[in-house]
Design a binder for this molecule. Structure first.
Ligand code: CUA
Length: 319
């Protein structure tokens, strides 16, 4: 059957479609009005003889106000409605499942805090808020799931997040929506939305280390643990209880230790130096560590909080 809209499979899909329909209806109605007016005036005011001279028209203030104010009000509705939805879509979700995405020419790599990894396949439970933290290994990609009405660029050197709540079990297309090289059109995959119980079973299939455990291994493998001592003062800041907390920098600024800050500190350690610590102590890991590995390190550092974040403890997840 011919379908104008893709299946609506997320909590906000119907609202996005409603706004979209409004925009289409306004555009079609205005286009028809303009074309009808053009045709009508062309006939009504056609030149009837060689000698005819048109009457001078002085204009009408009322008419001018009308055709300025009415479109302005219609546009304000578009603006207000669009802004409302935008903030709804991009508001940080309260309690969300974290899943990590790396775009790479030409595939999507997905990692779950529980340790599963997949390529071009994303599994999510129905009815739960999911937050994707997305990084690119090379060029700009764009993560697009039409059934969820979500699309967000995946940009190198940066984390973008997108969140959604799937409402219908099923399989939905996943696309790359930003031209990223010769195989761009092949950078596609599937999102599988499963009932919560099935999802929980699926999560245990991997049997591998959790992301935090993988990150811990990297933490030792890359020698981080020799300076960032966890339970005694070291040459480098102690990372326990760091994530999500304020960090005082040596230039007087205070920042919050989030994913972007930790990533930057691995790639470019001198960018932000913690107060009372020295510059040029930590070597850069740029080019030596993949985006997936950095995400594992971040999840490990998150797990070093005294109360582990919900995303890293497989049992402690709230529904
Ligand atoms: Cu990745 Cu297009």
């Amino acid at each position: 059957m011919f379908q104008i809209f893709p299946t609506q499979a997320s909590a906000l899909a119907s609202q996005v479609d409603l706004l979209y329909s409004f925009l289409v209806i306004v555009s079609v109605v205005m286009t028809l009005l303009i074309f009808a007016a053009v045709a009508f005036f062309a006939v009504r005011y056609r030149r009837r003889s060689e000698s005819e001279r048109p009457l001078l028209i002085d204009g009408s203030v009322r008419l001018e106000v009308a055709w300025s104010v009415i479109p302005f009000l219609v546009m304000l509705v578009m603006f207000g409605w669009g802004t409302y939805l935008f903030f709804k879509i991009y508001a940080p979700p309260g309690d969300a499942l974290d899943i990590y995405v790396v775009g790479k020419q030409w595939m999507w790599k997905l990692q779950y805090p529980e340790g599963q990894r997949e390529i071009n396949e994303l599994h999510v439970p129905v009815g739960q808020m999911v937050r994707l933290t997305m990084a690119s290994e090379d060029v700009i990609h764009s993560f697009f799931v039409p059934a969820f009405r979500i699309k967000r660029d995946v940009v190198p050197g940066h984390y973008n997040t997108v969140s959604f709540q799937a409402t219908k079990p099923g399989r939905y297309h996943l696309f790359c929506a930003e031209y990223c090289g010769t195989q761009h059109s092949g950078m596609i995959g599937w999102v599988t939305v499963m009932p919560v119980r099935e999802y929980k079973d699926w999560l245990t299939l991997g049997g591998s280390d959790s992301m935090a455990q993988q990150g811990e291994k990297l933490f030792h493998q890359y020698g981080c643990s020799s300076c960032h001592l966890l339970d005694s003062p070291g040459r480098c800041p102690n990372l326990r209880n760091l994530f999500g907390h304020k960090v005082q920098l040596d230039d007087g600024r205070t920042i919050i230790a989030d994913e972007a800050y930790i990533r930057e500190s691995i790639i470019n350690p001198n960018a932000k130096i913690t107060y009372a610590f020295k510059r040029d102590v930590m070597p850069t890991f740029e080019g030596q560590i993949s985006e997936e590995a950095i995400l594992q390190l971040i999840v490990y550092i998150k797990s070093l909080a005294p109360t582990p974040a919900p995303a890293v403890s497989p049992e402690g997840r709230t529904q």
